[in-house]
Ligand binder design. Structure first.
Ligand code: GCB
Length: 599
């Protein structure tokens, strides 16, 4: 990794015939954020360009068969703006973290077997009013208070702006004619389901496609051919959420086989895709999965951990799923950006329902509602939907979190983003998460589900738990009477410093966090009989933020610590979630440690 000055000088650096390190060269793990890896505070808070470089030797057979093999370099995500070179040739440029991008590098690496392939990445974590999330650079020009050229990056979101290559980087191959994309949607009735598919092939127009769908025993239940069609499945095993069925997360395996003749050679590309058969519908009071009312009892999360920041961390990912299931949580929102594909795979497999949020967080400045931002937002939604459209766990898209949706341009902005999202994926409802006043919010008319965040007795009336019942009831009634749409309490919570106790409960103690939850829960219990369809605690775990006077080594609203130890509030929530799960007629799987709540 080579920190290389500020972005202002990038043009200069690139125009040189040979790029040389302009800063210290250090070892940097991938995937990981670079911020917390060293003892150097300037790297922790670094804004600007950093460089990564690595040499790899590619298998000989990838390089010799140059006509028919396509070599691809893929990044799971890199934060924020990336330029990638292979052997000094620029192969891809990508704007935005949290989503994958890739480049066909065949023409660069083929024809030179035995020569190492040098992958160079320039990354810039600077956020502007037009990036997602937006941010701005503020130069401090008062020479009596700040050194020359001093600047800070202002952000309007509450998590540390970790940067680096956050997800795995892989090299893979396909034939030169290959399956580029598959789109699957499902419909079902009691005894028969239809799986609609569309397959796009790139590289030739002369190819054949055959499809087969297997159940979990490996039995072929339907077959098809051609680039579009329908597979009929009799007596389908539906994909059910965790705790809604004794066998949640059932997925069939769709195998798509493409064959093409190219210059006398037979090329074959085979792609397998897990397919969950399920439907999603929204009424004015309910969220239906497979026709049954679904109540979101879940969490908001972050990709955040000690040392590796936002870098993918398998042990942590698996630990978090174990904690979610321990908690009896059936869902989460990917606050405030798309999570790693590895996490989404586990949601599909375990039946954890997802509200899939794009990085539209902190859209507060008027200039962030202009055409430039809007166009970028549309592209980000395209990338997100392309990545996650086939996931049964994803039941709703969230296009933003707490934007300044009362500003006049927000009306056109959200109408456009939501319409675009629906055009790309007509099968799922769309929302954004609001903290605006119900009477002033200009985006709410376009959402399918109202998702509202509130922090009564915390940011408003701090310390006054007694105001919660009235204020929360009023909040729900105002939204419902205005829109007649189901409502999710998409955030509520209180900070607690683990180990800090106080009775009567005082703010920041574990007791206060518990008491606040209980006040909210009593209102949820009344309103979920009407039109409230979910509650998502803020937050699953403590997480790092920018430094500030209201943050003690980060945000402490977790019900688990950052190291995933439960605070008292976790037990309150666990008891509640299992109780709610048991109210449904479908028995959850009996796991020994949960029997206490199942009796
Ligand atoms: C919110 C934000 C979330 C913050 C949270 C808080 O409304 O959506 O990103 O972390 O409040 O704790 O302030």
């Amino acid at each position: 990794l080579l920190p290389a000055g500020t972005g202002r000088f990038l043009g200069l650096i690139l125009s040189r015939a040979w790029i040389r390190p302009t800063g210290p060269v250090i070892d940097m793990p991938v995937p990981a954020s670079f911020n917390d890896i060293t003892q150097d505070p300037s790297l922790e808070n670094y804004i600007g360009w950093v460089w990564y470089e690595k040499e790899v030797l590619l298998p000989l057979r990838w390089l010799q068969d140059d006509l028919n093999t396509r070599v691809v370099l893929r990044f799971g995500s890199a934060h924020y703006y990336s330029i990638v070179w292979v052997n000094g040739v620029q192969v891809v440029e990508h704007e935005g973290g949290h989503l994958p991008f890739e480049a066909d590098i065949s023409s660069i690496v083929q024809g030179s077997p035995g020569i190492p392939c040098r992958i160079t990445v320039a990354l810039n974590n600077t956020l502007t009013p037009h990036t997602l999330p937006p941010g701005s650079i503020q130069y401090m020009n008062d020479k009596t208070r700040y050194p020359k050229n001093y600047f800070v990056q202002n952000i309007r979101f509450d998590f540390f702006n970790y940067a680096g290559i956050h997800r795995p980087v892989v090299l893979y191959t396909t034939p030169s004619v290959y399956i580029d994309d598959i789109t699957v949607t499902t419909t079902s009735s009691e005894s028969v389901a239809m799986v609609q598919y569309q397959v796009s092939v790139v590289g030739s127009t002369l190819y054949s496609l055959s499809l087969s769908l297997r159940d979990q025993e490996g039995k072929v239940v339907a077959t098809g051919d051609g680039p579009a069609g329908e597979l009929k499945v009799l007596n389908p095993n539906l994909w059910w959420p965790y705790l809604m069925h004794k066998n949640p997360g059932y997925r069939y395996c769709l195998e798509v086989k493409m064959q093409a003749q190219v210059n006398g050679a037979l090329l074959e590309d085979v792609y397998t895709l897990p397919v969950g058969i399920r439907t999603v519908h929204v009424t004015s009071t309910q969220f239906l999965i497979n026709g049954r009312p679904f109540y979101f009892h879940g969490v908001n999360k972050h990709e955040d951990a000690d040392i590796r920041g936002k870098g993918l961390d398998w042990p942590l990912v698996v630990k978090d799923f174990n904690l979610l299931r321990w908690l009896g949580a059936n869902s989460f929102r990917t606050s405030h950006y798309p999570y790693a594909e590895e996490i989404m795979d586990l949601c599909d497999a375990y039946g954890i329902v997802v509200i899939d949020e794009c990085p539209g967080v902190g859209i507060k400045m008027p200039e962030s509602f202009g055409n430039k931002s809007l166009q970028h937002h549309l592209v980000v939604m395209e990338e997100l939907i392309r990545r996650d459209k086939n996931r049964p766990s994803v039941v709703m898209w969230s296009v933003a979190n707490e934007p300044a949706s009362e500003l006049p341009p927000a009306a056109y902005y959200f109408k456009t983003v939501i319409a675009h999202t629906k055009a790309l994926d007509p099968s799922r409802p769309v929302t954004f998460v609001t903290d605006a006043n119900y009477a002033l919010d200009r985006g709410a008319p376009d959402v399918d589900v109202i998702c509202v965040n509130s922090y009564f007795s915390w940011y408003h009336d701090p310390g006054h738990l007694e105001v919660i019942p009235l204020q929360l009831t009023t909040q729900f009634e105002n939204w419902y009477k205005t829109y007649q749409k189901p409502i999710i309490q998409s955030e509520y919570g209180a900070d607690s410093v683990p180990g800090l106790h106080s009775d009567p409960p005082l703010m920041f103690s574990e007791e206060y966090q518990k008491a606040m939850l209980r006040e909210y829960h009593s209102v949820f219990d009344k309103k979920r009989k009407e039109y409230v369809i979910g509650e998502l605690i803020w937050n699953f775990a403590d997480f790092m933020t920018n430094q500030g006077t209201t943050r003690v080594l980060g945000n402490k609203k977790g019900i688990f610590t950052r190291q995933r130890q439960p605070k008292s509030a976790a037990f309150v929530l666990r008891e509640r979630y299992w109780k709610i799960a048991n109210e449904s007629s479908c028995l959850p799987p009996i796991i020994e440690s949960h029997t206490l709540f199942l009796k």
